[in-house]
Design a protein around this ligand. Structure first.
Ligand code: PRP
Ligand code: URA
Length: 213
C-alpha cells in the first residue's frame, strides 16, 4: 500500500497513541470509551484543521484596538457516519463550535459487509464548505467511500475523512475511490479478519460507544 501519498496522514502524537491503547482494551467501559473517542477526535482535529481559513477582525484589547485572525467557522461542516461517528462530533465542536453538522446513516450488512444507507441530511451550501467526515473505524472502506460518494453527489468538493483506526485494505479502497480527499488516520492496524473486523482493532465501535452489547 502506498503510504507516501501526500493525502494520507497517520498520527504520530504520543497522546493519541496512548489514548488509542486505552480504547483498544476490552476492559475499558462505555463511559471511558466515549470520553476517549471524543478526546482523540479533538487531538486529531489539530492536524486536520491546520488549513482552516481565517478572517481578520477588529478586537479591542485592554491596551488598544488591533486586527486579529479568527476561524471562518461558518465554512466548516462535520459529517459523522452513524452511529459510531457521532462519538467524535463533540471533540471537533469543542474546537470549532460554529461548525455545522450533517449526518449520514450507513449500516454494514453482517454477511456481505456492504454498507446500506438509511439516512442523509447535510448542511445547506455543502458545495461551499470544508467537510470532515467522521467515523472511528475504516475497515473494508465501503462505508467511508459511500459517505464521500453521497457528499459529492450533493455538491461537496473539499472533503477530509477522519478515522481513529484503519485497516490497510480499507485505506486502499478509500484512497483509490477518492484520490482527491485527505485521509487522517489515528493508527494503521494490521489487517481485517474473516468477519471484516479490524485486527487488533477495538471491536465494534458503535456498540462500545453506545453500550449496545
Ligand atoms: C462500523 C463503523 C463504520 C463501518 C466500517 O459501523 O463505525 O461505519 O462499520 O466498516 P467498513 O469500512 O467495512 O464499511 P456499522 O456499520 O457497524 O454501524 P454502527 O456504527 O451503527 O454500529
Ligand atoms: N466496524 C467496527 O466497529 N469495527 C471493526 O473492526 C470493523 C467495522
Amino acid at each position: 500500500m502506498d503510504l507516501t501519498s501526500k493525502n494520507i496522514m497517520i498520527m504520530d502524537h504520543p497522546l493519541i497513541k496512548h489514548k488509542i491503547s486505552l480504547l483498544r482494551d476490552k476492559n475499558t467501559g462505555t463511559g471511558e470509551f466515549r470520553s476517549l473517542v471524543e478526546e482523540i477526535a479533538m487531538l486529531m482535529a489539530f492536524e486536520s484543521l491546520r488549513s482552516l481559513p481565517l478572517e481578520e477582525i477588529e478586537i479591542e484589547t485592554p491596551i488598544e484596538k488591533c486586527i486579529s485572525p479568527v476561524i471562518e467557522g461558518k465554512k466548516l461542516a462535520v459529517v459523522p457516519i452513524l452511529r459510531a461517528g457521532l462519538g467524535m462530533v463533540d471533540g471537533i465542536l469543542k474546537l470549532v463550535p460554529t461548525a455545522k453538522v450533517g449526518h449520514i446513516g450507513l449500516c454494514r450488512n453482517e454477511e456481505t459487509h456492504l454498507p446500506q444507507e438509511y439516512y442523509c441530511k447535510l448542511p445547506e451550501n455543502i458545495d461551499q464548505r470544508d467537510v470532515i467526515v467522521l467515523d472511528p473505524m475504516l475497515a473494508t472502506g465501503g462505508s467511508a467511500a459511500a459517505a464521500v460518494d453521497l457528499i459529492k453527489a450533493k455538491g461537496g468538493r473539499s472533503i477530509k475523512f477522519m478515522c481513529i483506526i484503519a485497516a490497510p485494505e480499507g485505506l486502499e479502497v478509500l484512497r483509490k475511490a477518492h484520490p482527491d480527499i485527505e485521509i487522517y488516520v489515528g493508527n494503521l492496524d494490521r489487517c481485517l479478519n474473516s468477519d471484516a473486523y479490524i485486527c487488533p482493532g477495538l471491536g465494534d465501535a458503535g456498540d462500545r460507544i453506545f453500550g449496545t452489547k
